[in-house]
Ligand binder design. Structure first.
Ligand code: FCB
Length: 432
């Protein structure tokens, strides 16, 4: 492959989320989140793993900041744990929680790394869940209050509202494999609406109070294709595209739900869609896998999968979804906020972690991104998922997505070969 040159102002970064790396779930006044509850419920998470110790980042953030500097990252996307800020999801902020994120932001800025903050990466305060969680529209209003606190506390330009509403809807409410573990499609669609409403209300708060800052949603988009050349498969793929992509993009960018998905609209109030379609300043795109569907509407796996069985290595999908977004929606700057691969990495005798599959995945996907940019898609930056090996939700510590290996027993960090490769990409601005 010839070297592919990215624009000199392209922002190279890495991403993490609070519950997956911080650990310290009971410290400094943090409240209980739905993931603490879910993880503690027998049978929900592989090996009964919980968010402790995570990557112990709450205690080791200085070391991790140095690691980011050594990798020459230009941007770091992390999330704030709502239960550290408001232990019960409402009321006065917990100073110690705010202080932690202030120190983190200061440490990034000192090292010349741009912070990008996600307000919600799935760790809802349990007290709000007890009052209905995302099935209650009150939660959307509590989220806007929480966002206002965090906007005021952190001097950060770029903000993301909800991480992957689709995963909350599908895994948290449809199949129940994630917290809060509901398995009911009607309830999932109610939760979906309130997640979108929360996004819109928080975005409005930022726009009203902080000119010059930017906010947007973080959507995991899945290019959806018929797995075979039949009219049934094409219809099924179009329907599936509605569930994967349009259910989130249309309300946000067009102020309307796509046809053929909602059966009940009684939870949608007057003015909700106007709030949900509050203009966005940037769209955070997360891409891992395509979805191919057969004539029966079932997913068909067509490309290689590695440690995570849902993740097909198909770089063209990355190109296709970016082009699709540009074609179908008003243009806003795009930032890639997650892309990566889980592999079974362990240090060899020499201490090296030779994660060649990850390098090949990243190389292929960056080439696809480059192609989309050449085709006119405006993309500002890219964040690899993830900086560190971490708690991969229902898979616990069994799936490693980091470019940095973490030995969870000792918390020792080792740069994998992919981290060294990525550092060269950042340094040269070229993928080879
Ligand atoms: C995304 C999540 C992220 C991580 C990756 C592998 O769906 O946003 O937290 O689990 O998948």
């Amino acid at each position: 492959m010839n070297a592919l040159r990215f624009p000199s102002d392209f922002v190279w970064g890495a991403a993490t989320s609070a519950y997956q790396i911080e650990g310290a779930t009971k410290e400094d006044g943090r409240g209980v989140s739905i993931w603490d509850t879910f993880a503690a419920t027998p049978g929900k998470v592989r090996n009964g793993d919980t968010g402790d110790p995570g990557a112990d980042h709450y205690h080791r953030y200085e070391q991790d900041l140095d690691l980011m500097r050594d990798l020459e990252l230009r941007s770091y996307r992390f999330s704030v744990a709502w239960p550290r800020i408001q232990p019960t999801g409402k009321g006065a902020p917990n100073q110690k929680g705010l202080d932690f994120y202030r120190r983190l932001v200061d440490g990034l800025v000192e090292r010349g790394i741009r912070p990008m903050v996600t307000l919600f990466h799935w760790d809802l305060p349990q007290a709000l869940q007890d009052e209905g969680g995302w099935e209650s529209r009150e939660t959307a209003h509590r989220f806007a209050d929480y966002a206002e606190i965090v906007f005021g506390a952190l001097h950060v330009r770029d903000w993301l509202t909800i991480n992957e509403p689709k995963t909350v809807v599908e895994c948290g409410y449809k199949t129940g494999v994630h917290a809060p573990g509901v398995a009911d499609w009607d309830r999932a669609l109610v939760a979906c609406h309130h997640l979108l409403l929360a996004h819109g209300l928080a975005s409005r708060v930022l726009h009203e109070q902080y000119a010059g800052r930017r906010i947007g949603p973080a959507l995991n988009l899945h290019p959806t294709y018929p797995a075979e050349d039949t009219p049934e498969a094409r219809t099924a793929a179009w329907h599936q595209d509605g569930l994967e992509n349009r259910l989130y993009l249309d309300p946000i960018f067009k102020g309307a739900y796509p046809e053929g998905i909602l059966t009940d609209r009684s939870h949608i109030h007057e003015g909700d869609l106007a709030a949900i379609s509050e203009p966005v300043d940037l769209l955070a795109v997360q891409y891992y896998t395509p979805v191919f569907v057969g004539s029966d509407g079932e997913r068909v796996i067509k490309h290689p999968v590695r440690a995570a069985s849902w993740l097909e290595d198909y770089p063209d999908g990355f190109h296709d979804i970016l082009v699709q977004v540009k074609r179908d929606y008003p243009e806003v700057p795009l930032v890639i906020t997650e892309n990566g691969l889980a592999t079974d990495d362990e240090p060899g005798q020499d201490g090296r972690v030779a994660d060649l599959d990850r390098i090949s995945y990243l190389r292929g996907h960056l080439a696809a991104l480059h192609r989309a940019m050449k085709a006119g898609v405006r993309v500002e930056g890219y964040h690899v998922w993830s900086l560190l090996d971490n708690y991969e939700w229902a898979e616990g510590y069994a799936q490693r997505f980091g470019v940095v290996h973490v030995d969870f027993a000792t918390q020792h960090r080792t740069l994998k070969d992919s981290a060294l490769w990525y550092r060269d990409v950042i340094k040269t601005g070229e993928v080879r």
